[in-house]
Design a protein around this ligand. Structure first.
Ligand code: FEO
Length: 615
C-alpha cells in the first residue's frame, strides 16, 4: 500500500478555536467536513494530544476559521507548532472577535468562520471526531481558501537541512518540517511541534550523510519484526559438517540483528562467510555500530568470525555467561570488552529487553539461549536447529516442512541427541516463557508454528521411536548383504512397512544414526575381519554407544569364514551399550545357502518386528 495516495485528498487548512473556563486556545487542523446541510452540521477530527481537544471535550463549542492562500507561515507556526498548554496563543490579540458561542475566531488571513456547538462525538482511540451544529457562519473575504497542497508548495519554507553532527541520522516530519536527530527513530516518537507520529517521519540523506552501503535499505533485509533482522548465511560449499557429517543440502549459519537504541548482534557466523555476513549486517545498520555481540554458543561454526566482527565494531561488548569466555579466549585470544550475564539476567536495548537462560550441553557446556521479551522470540542457538541451507524460505510458513524434516532429525540425532535429557530440560525451561517465535542458529526460523518443532524435539528427546526397522550391514564380499535382505524379508512379512537397509560402507554414518533415532528397531550385521568385525562398522557401533538411543529393539547377525569375529565384536558393543537384544544372535558360515541359516535370519527379522509391534 502506498499511503502517499492519501496526500492526494484535497484538504483545506483551518484554525480550530475554542474556549473553556476563560481559556482561549486554537490549533491548525485539516479535517473539517460538512456532513449535512439540514440540519447544518460539520465534523472535525482532533488529535487527543492537542490542548484544543481537551478544551472542546469540556466546552463543547468551537469555531472554524478558514485560512486563505495569503496566510503567512508564522500563522501556521503560531497555531500549529506550539502548545496552548505552555503558550497563551491569544495573549497579544489586538482585538477580540467572538462569535455567538463566545469563542474567538480569526479575522485576518481568513475568508469565513463557522461558529459551532458539539452534538455528538466518535472516539477513534488516538483522535476524536466532533460533530457539531453550525450556530453561525460569516464570510470575511473573497480570497481563495488555502489547501494543504498549496501550503506545502507555496507557504511552507523548504527545509534547511542542518549539517550532520557526530554522525547522527536525521528524520524530517513531513507535516511540519521538524527534524529529529539520533541513532534511530523511536517507535513512539511524537513530533513536538505538530504531534504526528513515526509514520510521518522520513529519513534525510544528503551528500554529507552518505549511506554506508551501495545497496538500498530494503535489500537483504529479512525481518522477524520491524527492528529484528535475519542476517545469516548459507553454506553449500562445505562437504562435511564438523568434518565428518555430509551436507548434501548444505547448512545455514543463522545470525540476528536487533536495532534499537542499542544494537545487538546475536551469534556471528562461520568465518569463511565473513564478507557476505558483514555486508548484510552493515546494509541493515546503515552506519550504526554494534553495541552488543551476544555469544549464545562458543562452537566455531558460529564464533569463528568473532575477531573480524570486533575489528569492525571494536567498542562492542561481548555478552556471554560464566562459562563462555574461557573456551572463547582459548580459541581466539583475549577478549577485552566482556559482559558476563547470569541465569535470568536482562539486558535492555531500549524498547527491546533481552533475557538469558542457560541450557548447558545443548550443545556445549556454555550454551545459553537469549529471549527477547517484547516479541516473545527465543534465539535458541543449536536447539531447534537443522541441517539444510535455507533456499529462499527463511520462515517455517514459507517452506514445505517435509522437505526439511529428515535434515532436522539428522542434525538432532548427531549433534543434540547425545544430550537428549538436557535438551528435554531446556524445552521444559523454555516452557515457562511466552514463545511466539523460535530463531535457532541453523535452519528455519519458526514464526508461525513453533509448536511443530518443539513437538518434534520433544518426541526425539523422549526417544519416542516410530514403527520401523533399520538394518545396517558391513560386508566384504556381499554375503552379509544377502543376509540383510533375508532379515528384512522377515521383518516386512511380520508387518513392518518401513524397513531401511543400509550398507555401512556406502552410507555416511549420520544418515544411519538419524534413522536409528527415528525407528524402534535396529538390526546390525557384520562380517568378520581377521578376528574382529568389518572395520567401518566400528564407527557406527561406537556412535550408537556414544549417543545411546533408547527404547530400541536390537538384533545382531553376521558372517564368518574361518575364525569368526563379526558377531562376537557386535555382541561386545551390545553388552557395553546395554542394547536391548530381543532375539538370538545369528552367525552364518560362508553364504546363507542352507535352509537352517535362512530360517534363522528370517526369524531374526520377524522376532525384532514382533517385539516392535508389541511396544
Ligand atoms: Fe552450531 Fe554446536 O554449533
Amino acid at each position: 500500500m502506498d499511503t502517499s495516495a492519501l496526500f492526494n485528498i484535497g484538504y483545506g487548512l483551518y484554525v480550530l478555536t475554542t474556549r473553556h473556563n476563560d481559556i482561549d486556545n486554537g490549533c491548525i487542523v485539516n479535517t473539517v467536513t460538512q456532513v449535512t446541510s439540514n440540519p447544518l452540521q460539520i465534523a472535525v477530527t482532533v488529535n487527543k494530544g492537542n490542548y484544543t481537544h481537551e478544551l472542546i471535550m469540556n466546552s463543547c463549542v468551537f469555531n472554524v476559521s478558514i485560512l486563505t492562500t495569503e496566510t503567512p507561515m508564522f500563522v501556521f507556526e503560531h497555531f500549529g507548532f506550539q502548545s496552548g498548554r505552555t503558550v497563551n496563543k491569544f495573549a497579544n490579540c489586538e482585538a477580540e472577535h467572538r462569535a455567538v458561542n463566545g469563542v474567538l475566531y480569526i479575522p485576518k488571513y481568513t475568508n469565513a468562520f463557522l461558529a459551532c456547538k458539539v452534538n455528538n462525538s466518535i472516539d477513534f482511540k488516538t483522535h476524536t471526531m466532533f460533530i457539531a451544529d453550525v450556530l453561525d457562519a460569516q464570510v470575511l473575504s473573497d480570497k481563495p481558501s488555502v489547501t494543504y497542497d498549496y501550503y506545502q508548495n507555496h507557504i511552507k519554507p523548504k527545509p534547511q537541512t542542518p549539517k550532520p553532527s557526530n554522525g547522527k541520522r536525521r528524520w524530517e516530519c513531513k507535516v511540519c518540517g521538524y527534524i529529529y536527530e539520533g541513532d534511530f527513530l523511536p517507535d513512539d516518537i511524537e513530533c513536538p511541534l505538530c504531534k504526528h507520529g513515526k509514520e510521518e517521519f522520513v529519513e534525510i540523506f544528503d551528500a554529507e550523510t552518505p549511506k554506508q552501503s551501495p545497496i538500498t535499505t530494503n535489500m537483504n533485509q529479512i525481518k522477524l519484526t520491524d527492528n529484528i533482522f535475519y542476517v545469516g548465511v548459507n553454506d553449500r560449499r562445505t562437504d562435511l559438517f564438523e568434518n565428518h557429517m555430509e551436507l548434501p543440502n548444505g547448512v545455514s549459519y543463522n545470525s540476528y540483528l536487533i536495532v534499537d537504541e542499542k544494537v545487538a548482534l546475536i551469534d556471528p557466523v562461520e568465518a569463511g562467510f565473513i564478507e557476505e555476513y558483514l555486508f548484510k549486517v552493515k546494509s541493515v545498520l546503515q552506519g550504526r555500530k554494534v553495541d552488543y555481540l551476544i555469544i549464545n554458543h562458543d562452537e566455531p561454526d558460529h564464533s569463528s568470525s568473532i575477531a573480524a566482527v570486533l575489528r569492525e565494531w571494536p567498542e562492542a561488548q561481548v555478552v556471554g555467561n560464566a562459562k563462555t569466555f574461557a573456551p572463547l579466549e582459548a580459541f581466539y585470544g583475549p577478549i577485552e570488552n566482556k559482559k558476563v550475564v547470569a541465569e535470568g539476567e536482562t539486558l535492555s536495548l531500549g524498547t527491546h529487553t533481552l533475557q538469558f537462560f542457560m541450557v548447558p550441553m545443548v550443545h556445549w557446556p556454555e550454551s545459553m539461549v537469549t529471549y527477547e521479551q517484547a516479541n516473545g522470540i527465543v534465539f535458541s542457538n543449536d536447539a531447534f536447529g537443522g541441517f539444510g541451507a535455507l533456499n529462499g524460505g527463511i520462515f517455517d510458513d514459507q517452506v514445505n516442512l517435509a522437505f526439511y524434516e529428515d535434515d532436522m532429525r539428522r542434525y538432532y540425532a548427531n549433534i543434540v541427541g547425545k544430550m537428549a535429557m538436557q535438551a528435554l530440560k531446556a524445552i521444559e525451561k523454555l516452557g515457562g516463557l511466552e514463545i511466539k517465535m523460535i530463531a535457532p542458529s541453523h535452519g528455519l526460523v519458526w514464526r508461525s508454528n513453533p509448536a511443530w518443532v518443539i513437538g518434534k524435539y520433544t518426541q526425539w528427546s523422549k526417544h519416542e521411536g516410530e514403527e520401523g526397522v533399520v538394518i545396517v550391514y558391513g560386508s566384504m564380499h556381499g554375503n552379509t548383504g544377502v543376509m540383510a535382505d533375508i532379515v528384512a524379508r522377515g521383518a516386512a512379512e511380520a508387518g513392518i512397512k518401513e524397513v531401511k537397509v543400509y550398507d555401512v560402507a556406502k552410507t555416511e554414518i549420520s544418515f544411519i544414526m538419524s534413522d536409528i533415532w527415528k525407528y524402534k528397531g535396529v538390526i546390525i550385521g557384520a562380517c568378520a575381519h581377521y578376528a574382529n568385525m568389518f572395520p567401518n562398522m566400528n564407527l557406527l557401533t561406537h556412535e550408537i554407544n556414544e549417543f545411546k538411543p533408547k527404547s530400541k529393539c536390537f538384533g545382531i547377525f553376521g558372517g564368518m569364514s574361518w575364525s569368526g569375529g563379526g558377531v562376537k565384536t557386535l555382541a561386545k558393543y551390545a553388552e557395553e551399550g546395554q542394547w536391548n537384544l530381543v532375539a538370538e544372535n545369528v552367525e552364518v558360515k560362508g553364504a546363507p545357502i542352507r535352509e537352517e541359516d535362512w530360517d534363522k535370519l528370517y526369524n531374526l527379522g520377524k522376532t525384532v518386528a514382533e517385539a516392535i509391534l508389541k511396544v
